[in-house]
Design a protein around this ligand. Sequence first.
Ligand code: NAD
Length: 502
Amino acid sequence: MKAPPQLRTVTHFIGGSFAAEGTERFGDVFDPALGEVQARVAFADEAAVDAAVRAASDAFPKWSRMSLGKRAEVLFGFRERLRARAQEFAQIVSSEHGKIVTDAAGEVARALEVVDFACNLPHLLKGELSESVSTNVDTYSLRQPVGVCAGITPFNFPMMVPVWMLAPALAAGNTFVLKPSERDPSASLLIAKLLQESGLPDGVLNVVHGDKVAVDALLGHPLVNAVSFVGSTPIARYIYETAAKNGKRVQALGGAKNHLVVMPDADLDAAADALVSSAYGSAGQRCMAISACVSVGSSAEPLLERVVDRIAKLRVGPGHDKSNDMGPVVTPAARERILRYIESGVTEGAALLADGRTLRVAGYENGFFVGPTLFDKTTQNMQIYRDEIFGPVLVNVRARTLDEALAIVNANPYGNGTSIFTRSGAAARTFESEVQAGMVGINVPIPVPVGYYSFGGWKASLFGDLHVYGPDGFRFYTRGKVVTARWHESNAGMNLGFPTHS
Ligand code: NAD
């Protein structure tokens, strides 16, 4: 756990100050392409989390009462600073996560969309008013912030996912404690710095790093009112249960096994392009990665031929080199896990059409690389089909009909996103209507909704009801209040009956 002292230390950000004093535990932050530790990150104990939550709680009265226009100004300032420093964000994300720097720039662009939407806060926080619900009586609704909110985020989008949560939360007048992934923690501190420069008062956003100790301290803290989580399904379930038991509102987004169904009438070149981009982009470490293809009828052979051809052309290497298509995976443990899955696929009898196990990248021999891997003739009982591998491994399952393909997708415990490639409107409509997933693509591979819709899955991919960002984000981070008011000089008189309109 302890790293040499000359390494850069990633600190917390509490009450407007960057500090790691008193930290006893640290985690390693790797450069995944070189396979070396590049920094150490402070791990918060209960006292550090308590300090962050108290800073957020102290900052809440002033921030929540600040005029909508002033809060919007802070967000507009943040938006401008994000745009100006987008490249810097991309480099930070690429160096700690491993993804190609152009891919990381895409993550920043999608985060910006969410900030764009949050800048509309004066409009989004409008209530409704009904005049004269009874004689001289009006009724109106308010949306008010919930208080101190906590966000716990995964390694695979270290810039975008924190922004998914904190932009709508802050816009709605809440204060926030972010616990980013300990594997690539630095982007979160640049977010905090830019918000501070944009005029966000100290204490409104706090960042604490760490592991289960920090997370549990947040889940148990009496001053935390709402918890947003994005990460793997077992942890999402734990967060949902624990936070709910402690009386907090909670949304917990989990893992995925996203299917892409290819009908025989589809444009097979477009489908193959989509499969390769989506399965191997970011080395398969996207919650919206397509990790299972369902080829229907005669599509299987010509489709897989095209996929194999495309895989052969992919360039795998360090993320800072824009000419590469795919970088390493995030940690040595992730690499070992993925290699074990490939072994298990071979042992269980799936047909290995592309094998990423032997890949070596010249000059980066210690990097955490796994080459693009493709299995055909996978069955639903195989481990490579059942589990979320979260690496560059695509499995193909063969189906005879659209109904059979739908049954396969719907039997899967996950329900994050799914796509269909077809030229038939009828097939697309049946799929869209009957498939059990939160986000559906038709002739597009990764249907991450734009910032003015919301993002979330079904089944084991989301515990809770509201999705993140967009309109659902504002619903999650506000509480409803309905006021009934009578402003009139005359007295309505005494009446002990249940009030009705008159
Ligand atoms: P993870 O579940 O290991 O970690 C997520 C967060 O939980 C991190 O901040 C981590 O520190 C914390 N955590 C880890 N173990 C914990 C424990 N035992 N108790 C309390 N907190 C704990 O996920 P990851 O590996 O960082 O990210 C990859 C996973 O996230 C994949 O499963 C992926 O599908 C999922 N994901 C889902 C979405 C979505 O929108 N549904 C988006 C991105 C990633």
